[in-house]
Design a protein around this ligand. Structure first.
Ligand SMILES: [Fe+2]
Length: 521
């Protein structure tokens, strides 16, 4: 049913008119809501394809709704290069997705959805460069963790105005958690109860997308999203499919409905995106294939590593994804300069007390590998998967794969460090760099650890970090060129509506040399 028909029905309803008169209200209909009030979005897909996304307004959501979509070479749509129709249906919560093909590689495009009553905003998207083509620059924003109640999305407003090829979203787009939402205090709007059903998860996405700054970021740039835990449930692992399959199915379905991602193989989300001869992006799924945590963990405070975390074969990625990553890194290193790994959780070790010393090992030869006390949350990160982290990092060393960076979410704080295959061996070489980004709006994280350890900036982490900022929100920008990569951190206080992100640190890496040049701004 078209909106015009709905309005006609409403105007002709004598019951509705009588009710409003009885309440003393004006019989005039309220201002019509916009059809595309949840905004639009696009996603990177291939060198000839893009994914377009939209959702229709709730008052139209009683049946199917026909929409047109258009893709153009220019912002004024004088030259439409692809168009078609798509039906918004209640089965998908009136979200629609289109996989547009036949486009030219390495091109910027504009797109919109149309309904007889209204056009959507105009979005900007892009195709990947042609395979093997020479590319001189790649500009990405990377971001994670956007608890709606915890803060404002001024970081997204900033991202929307940046000149970028794409945004890598590294997880925690929504928070299912009642606790997180109860602690979030900057604004209200997100449900306080824990999400468990399909309607709960869908309502989360709808709530988050009421924010105009988030919608603006989606309109301005194609996104490449992965999930972390809070899109489903805090700290979950592969057991969820046997222990609570209905909840997992609901959460995954809502994610696929609301993210500009074209499903290719069941619930698989890990994928790689080649960027000509300049770069290759790998996006990881750190959740659905992972082995369980040990069960005796404390709710907070440092914890000793055990042979549970260091067990050979223990996996976060799962065997197939790990093989895909290792083989992909090897192949990419022969074709492109920079390897950018979108990584949902910290890979740098977060050890606060080093017990893996020659003296202590002489006293106790059975100490677990990399013995020591680690921050409480680190066993949910790669510290909980010591063998697999070593597999990945030593693969880079063994195969002389240079110019690899991890861009990481989850930790609600900014970090930078060099990664070595064996961080207890001072001669182990730096084989990659990690840039972990502050949250768009979520609090907690390293802020809590500041309480435990004094200041994260001068924290006792072993090995140390080049840069730590545990008290800001924000995002990162990565700019790659053939000879150099520059990463810049932009930081703000998301609890303030007016706190504008400002650059706080800039990191330069020359191609072929993992040494990071850090400039505090
Ligand atoms: Fe988070």
């Amino acid at each position: 049913m078209h909106r015009r028909d709905l309005l006609r029905l409403g105007a002709g309803s004598s019951i509705a008119a009588a009710a409003s008169l009885a309440l003393g209200c004006s019989p005039e209909p309220s201002a019509p809501r916009r059809i595309f009030d949840q905004g639009i979005a696009s996603g990177l897909h291939s060198s000839t394809q893009v994914v377009l996304w939209a959702r229709c307004a709730p008052e139209l959501a009683r049946g199917d709704l026909d929409l047109r979509w258009e893709v153009s070479d220019d912002e004024s749509f004088s030259q439409v290069v692809a168009d078609g129709t798509v039906v918004a249906q209640p089965e998908a919560d009136h979200t629609v997705k289109v996989l547009v093909g036949g486009l030219e590689p390495g091109r910027r495009y504009w797109y919109r959805f149309r309904h007889p009553r209204e056009d959507s905003a105009t979005g900007r998207t892009t195709t990947l460069p042609a395979a093997g083509s020479h590319v001189s620059s790649l500009r990405l924003a990377f971001a994670s963790c956007q608890s709606y109640n915890a803060g404002f999305y001024t970081a997204w407003r900033d991202v929307a105005t940046a000149d970028l090829d794409a945004v890598l979203f590294l997880g925690d787009y929504i928070y299912e958690s009642a606790l997180v939402n109860l602690l979030g205090s900057a604004r209200s709007g997100d449900a306080l109860a824990e999400a468990t059903t399909l309607e709960d998860y869908r309502r989360k996405y709808r709530t988050y997308k009421t924010d105009p700054d988030l919608r603006a970021a989606h309109e301005a740039h194609p996104f490449v999203p992965i999930w972390d835990d809070h899109e489903i449930v805090n700290d979950y692992d592969r057991r969820i499919f046997s222990e609570d399959p209905a909840r997992a199915a609901a959460a995954y379905r809502a994610w696929f409905e609301y993210q500009p991602v074209w499903p290719t193989d069941g619930t698989r989300i890990h994928r790689d995106l080649p960027w000509g001869d300049l770069g290759h992006i790998f996006m990881l799924d750190g959740r659905q294939y992972r082995d369980p945590h040990r069960e005796d963990g404390l709710p907070f405070g440092p914890m000793p590593i055990t042979t549970h975390e260091t067990a050979p074969g223990r996996t976060m990625l799962g065997h197939h994804q790990r093989q895909w990553l290792l083989e992909g890194l090897s192949a990419a290193s022969t074709r492109s300069t920079w390897k950018v790994i979108g990584n949902p959780v910290m890979i740098a070790p977060l050890r606060v007390l080093d017990l893996d010393t020659p003296e202590l090992r002489e006293l106790d030869p059975d100490l677990p590998e990399h013995a020591g006390l680690y921050t409480n949350s680190s066993f949910d990160s790669w510290d909980g998967f010591v063998w697999e982290r070593h597999e990945v990092l030593s693969h880079l060393e063994r195969n002389s794969i240079a110019n690899t960076v991890f861009v990481t979410g989850d930790y609600h704080s900014f970090w930078q460090s060099g990664l070595t295959p064996d961080f207890d061996d001072a001669s182990s070489p730096v084989v990659a760099n990690e840039f972990a980004v502050g949250a768009i709006s979520s609090g907690g994280g390293a802020v809590n650890e500041n309480l435990l350890f004094g200041s994260a900036e001068h924290g006792p982490y072993q090995p140390g970090f080049n840069f730590v900022d545990g008290s800001h929100n924000g995002y990162g920008i990565l700019e790659a060129r053939p000879d150099e990569m520059v990463v810049t951190y932009f930081a703000n206080d998301a609890t303030s509506r007016t706190s504008t992100p400002r650059p706080t640190a800039r990191f330069g890496i020359e191609a072929g040399d993992p040494m990071v040049h850090t400039e505090r701004l």
